[in-house]
Design a protein around this ligand. Structure first.
Ligand code: ADP
Ligand code: MG
Length: 913
């Protein structure tokens, strides 16, 4: 390893270092305006902001407000955070406002850039969503950037995991809301399954900025987001009893089978029979429902057969694709059907969560009328962004020229020599004190490297991107630029936190002060409730506190005399003791320079913070200089990733804001990427070239690696494109359903909807008779079953199997009337309970919504089965996507029929419990 020539070293540089003219002109405007804003007081600035809002109200035109709004935001950022947007950041903001992706390198200040288009678009009062990759970042950005918005008179919201419905709703009502992609998408899915209008949390979509946009729209867009239904009780017992009961039910007397739609309904007699057996008054009781179990058991008996629809393999039901005969081992039928069949076959019953709703990120984010994103690495995926999301990627020049040094890859013969070389390399770098960041592709590999470093007695921090430790992870990453620090991290860990050479003092001080304040708070709380017997407790806590402060003192070296006296007053302030831990954290994070805090403990905390920062700064500047002289951060890649973008992400962790920095990748011939996509010949050739212990640098290998990456990237892209194309079809259906659903949810009465359902079902059945799919007798039976009473059809001649013998329209009218009578009778029945009309309206709505949910859920299940089947079936010349489209459409129309039938059926049977 030692003695390798670093030839062909590449200094990373931006191709375009100038701002394009179309942006420069606007930027000049903004710079001009800035001068006039300088003289205004804070209040006058806010008035300017309100003026813009009013102007938008009148003109409905944002474009004419861009420069004024940007200039205002810049000025308020300077006055609140002390940060003035650079011109390149203004360009970033302009790009974001024009529905594009801004590629800005790590550390260029994307968080601040987003405030420009966010404030501008907040003028519309229609809501702006800023999407981040984790809760920690959403919180961090909302708290810090919130100060700018507040200054301008906008309010901000923040969504975090675990928040209640009410909190979410409130936060989404804000002008600007920070939220993760995960929470946002789930809120959308939940909104579209809710039964109460007041539970809806999301307003209509307006404008969205996605931070780390490639991570969300590409890396995470490989699979759909699924809202699982956990409300269903899967009591195993009920499946078994229901299966037993079917032995006492007669076909056509107690139940009716609709083979075409694969549906079963109980007749009135059937219901009575079941109620008698299980001794219940109401099969439909939502608190103890029996009906789904009975129906599924009947379906299992009469519609699903062993060796046709499924086979039994190792005591499990395995679905057989009807069309190809292939088995589908991992699939299960939804909504309890699978369990019902297991019960029928007397196998063990396995519960499972069901998909209640699902969507892909692709289709989700496309719902925003105005969408934009930012990332350090977007250009390499620009085709995908353009084709799927219609987003152009624009590269923003860096504020300072980049000085990062990307060293050529080193190629080893096998894993063994590669990892040894990495450990050795880390060891030799660490002797100089230069900070090291080592990226690995998996947690296992991180652990393995850690073992190797142990052998060299090196100390390191190890990190992975588990959601539960994002905060800790950000803290560690923030310190990764300190002298002597070694950080091993999986590639995604700590995204969004920038690495400052010499360490991030704000972070460090915030954390230390937070710990001390919490400790003091707890100690004082204890003191309040203390009795003599517990005095020893106080002593130990106080001791601990003093220790901590001493430790802090060694970090800060010398803080002012006043520091300790303020600390002492603070921790005896009784209002301070009552603060929650989160409150303390918030006060620490809001380094508010403008609004002078009116509350004394806030004042004190801010003093402590600033005092510490001030006294540490000088020391920190020295540290920063030392690390710069050592060459900045050294980034080590331990294998090339599947995509160049991810490699660039890792490289981009160093060389921030014009800092020095180096990056180097170690690869081996048996790395996955080279092994699978490197090409046989190249492999063979290289194998002969590499000596046993030392690496080579070869342009041929680099070429081969680049090709391999391209192949993998294209493949992954094809997969996502495929997912998108298929989901697009489902998406059209989804928007129809969600639209219909919203109408049902929001209109004061859905009477007309129910009447339309009635007409549709009548027409549908008559159509089926005409097509000879059912005969008239069957139709009458179906109606009798639906209405729950016998029909006395006098107007039709005896031989009514022939439709020509009576008037089509007459028949239709007859059934309309019967339907209407049944409906009216039901309403009357409810009127017995006083305010019957209102109760019935609610009941009607609930039944309809519930059925929309379950039928949609079943539809999703069928669609995913279809999706799988389509992939396997040979279609000859036909395009599977077209076939999928056709069949998905058929399923969709069947779904509507089922929805109507079930809704009416339950409506006519409903009683008040
Ligand atoms: P990115 O998301 O682009 O990687 P961040 O938004 O995390 O970068 O910002 C990196 C650092 O740069 C932060 O510490 C931020 O305070 C600082 N910064 C951003 N914009 C400016 C500015 N205009 N002037 C000074 N510092 C800035
Ligand atoms: Mg960022």
């Amino acid at each position: 390893m030692i003695g390798i020539q670093f030839n062909n070293n590449k200094i990373f540089s931006n191709k375009t270092n100038v701002i394009p003219k179309q942006y420069q002109l606007l930027i000049n405007d903004i710079n001009e305006l800035e001068k006039t804003l300088k003289d205004l007081t804070d209040i006058e600035l806010r008035i300017e902001s309100f003026k813009l809002q009013n102007e938008y109200k009148e003109t409905q035109d944002l474009n004419s407000l861009i420069s004024r709004s940007f200039a205002l935001t810049r000025e308020s950022s300077l006055r609140t955070l002390g940060l003035r947007h650079f011109d390149v950041q203004l360009m970033g903001g302009l790009v974001l406002n024009s529905n594009k992706i801004a590629e800005m390198k790590t550390g260029e200040g994307k968080t601040l850039v987003a405030t420009l288009p966010a404030s501008l678009n907040a003028l519309t009062k229609k809501g702006v969503h800023i999407v981040t990759v984790n809760d920690y970042l959403a919180n961090r950005d909302q708290v810090s950037m919130g100060q700018i918005y507040r200054f301008l008179g906008f309010d901000t919201g923040l969504i975090q995991a675990g928040m209640s419905q009410t909190e979410r709703k409130e936060n989404y009502q804000s002008d600007i809301t920070y939220v993760t992609n995960y929470e946002l998408t789930f809120d959308y899915l939940r909104d579209n399954t809710t039964l109460n209008r007041k539970d809806i949390v999301l307003p209509a979509f307006n404008y969205c900025i996605i931070d780390e946009v490639d991570s969300i729209l590409i890396d995470e867009a490989q699979t759909p987001i699924i809202l699982a239904d956990t409300s269903k009780d899967t009591s195993v017992e009920k499946f078994i009893i229901a299966s037993e009961i079917t032995n006492y039910l007669e076909f056509n007397k107690h139940y009716i089978v609709d083979e075409k739609n694969k549906n079963v309904t109980l007749t009135e007699l059937g219901s009575q029979q079941v109620e008698k057996i299980i001794q219940t008054q109401d099969l439909y009781n939502p608190r103890d429902p029996w009906i789904p179990y009975i129906i599924n058991a009947l379906k299992a008996n009469s519609l699903f057969f062993n060796n046709i629809h499924y086979i039994i393999q190792a005591n499990r039901i395995v679905i057989v694709d009807e069309f190809t005969g292939r088995i589908m081992p991992d699939r299960r039928w939804g909504d309890g059907l699978h369990q019902a069949i297991e019960a029928k076959e007397k196998l063990a019953i396995r519960p499972r969560t069901e998909t209640q709703a699902s969507i892909t990120y692709q289709n989700f984010f496309l719902m925003y009328p105005k969408l934009s994103g930012m990332t350090g690495t977007g250009k390499t995926s620009e085709i995908e962004f353009e084709k799927i999301y219609n987003l152009v990627v624009e590269v923003i020049p860096t504020y300072k020229p980049t000085k990062r040094l990307d060293l050529p890859d080193l190629l080893y013969k096998d894993q063994f020599s590669k990892w040894n070389a990495i450990a050795q390399f880390c060891n030799s770098v660490s002797t100089t004190g230069q900070p090291l960041l080592i990226g690995t592709t998996t947690v296992e590999k991180s652990d393995m490297l850690a073992q190797l470093l142990n052998e060299y007695n090196l100390s390191y921090q190890i990190l992975n991107a588990k959601p539960e430790n994002v905060r800790r992870e950000s803290e560690i990453v923030a310190q990764a630029g300190k002298k002597n620090s070694i950080t091993i991290s999986t590639n995604m860990a700590g995204r969004g936190t920038d690495i400052i050479l010499g360490g991030n003092i704000n972070f460090q001080i915030q954390k230390e002060l937070y710990d001390i304040l919490i400790l003091a708070k707890t100690a004082l709380k204890q003191f309040k409730n203390l009795n003599d017997f517990e005095k020893y407790k106080l002593r130990s806590v106080r001791h601990n506190l003093i220790q901590r402060i001493r430790r802090l003192k060694t970090i800060t070296q010398r803080c002012s005399q006043k520091f300790f006296s303020v600390l002492l007053t603070l921790i005896t302030d009784k209002n301070f003791i009552e603060l929650s831990d989160i409150d303390v954290l918030r006060i620490l994070q809001e380094n508010d320079r403008v609004a002078i805090p009116s509350i004394s403990y806030q004042c004190a905390i801010r003093f402590l913070l600033n005092d510490l920062i001030f006294s540490t700064q000088k020391h920190h500047k020295q540290e920063n200089k030392i690390v710069k002289n050592l060459g900045g951060l050294c980034v080590v890649g331990t294998e090339r990733n599947d995509s160049r973008r991810v490699d660039d992400q890792l490289r981009g962790r160093c060389g921030r804001q014009g800092d020095p920095g180096t990056s180097r990748f170690f690869v081996s011939l048996d790395d996955n990427l080279l092994r699978l996509f490197g090409g046989q010949k190249v492999q063979q050739f290289l194998r002969n070239q590499i000596p046993d212990d030392s690496p080579i640098e070869s342009s041929m290998m680099t070429e081969s690696l680049n090709n391999a990456q391209k192949q993998v990237e294209e493949r992954a892209y094809e997969q996502r494109k495929n997912l998108f194309e298929y989901d697009e079809i489902l998406d059209q259906q989804r928007s129809i359903i969600y639209f219909e659903r919203r109408l049902v949810l929001e209109s004061p009465s859905i009477r007309n909807n129910t009447l339309a359902y009635g007409e549709q079902i009548v027409c549908e059945f008559i159509k089926q008779v005409k097509k000879k799919e059912i005969d008239l007798n069957q139709m009458i039976k179906l109606f009798e079953n639906l209405f729950g009473r016998n029909l006395n059809i006098k107007l039709i001649s005896k031989n009514y199997s022939n439709l020509t013998e009576f008037d089509n329209l007459e028949l239709q009218n007859y059934f309309f009337q019967e339907f209407w009578l049944t409906y009216q009778a039901k309403i009357n029945q409810f009127s017995v309970y006083g305010n019957g009309n209102k109760i019935f309206r609610n009941f009607e709505r609930q039944v309809t919504l519930l059925n929309i949910n379950t039928v949609w859920q079943e539809h999703l299940e069928k669609i995913s089965l279809l999706r799988e089947a389509v992939g396997w079936r040979g279609y000859g010349q036909k395009n599977p996507l077209t076939e999928y489209k056709r069949e998905a459409y058929l399923l969709f129309t069947e779904r509507k029929e089922a929805l109507i039938y079930f809704t009416l059926y339950q409506l006519f049977r409903g009683t008040i419990i």
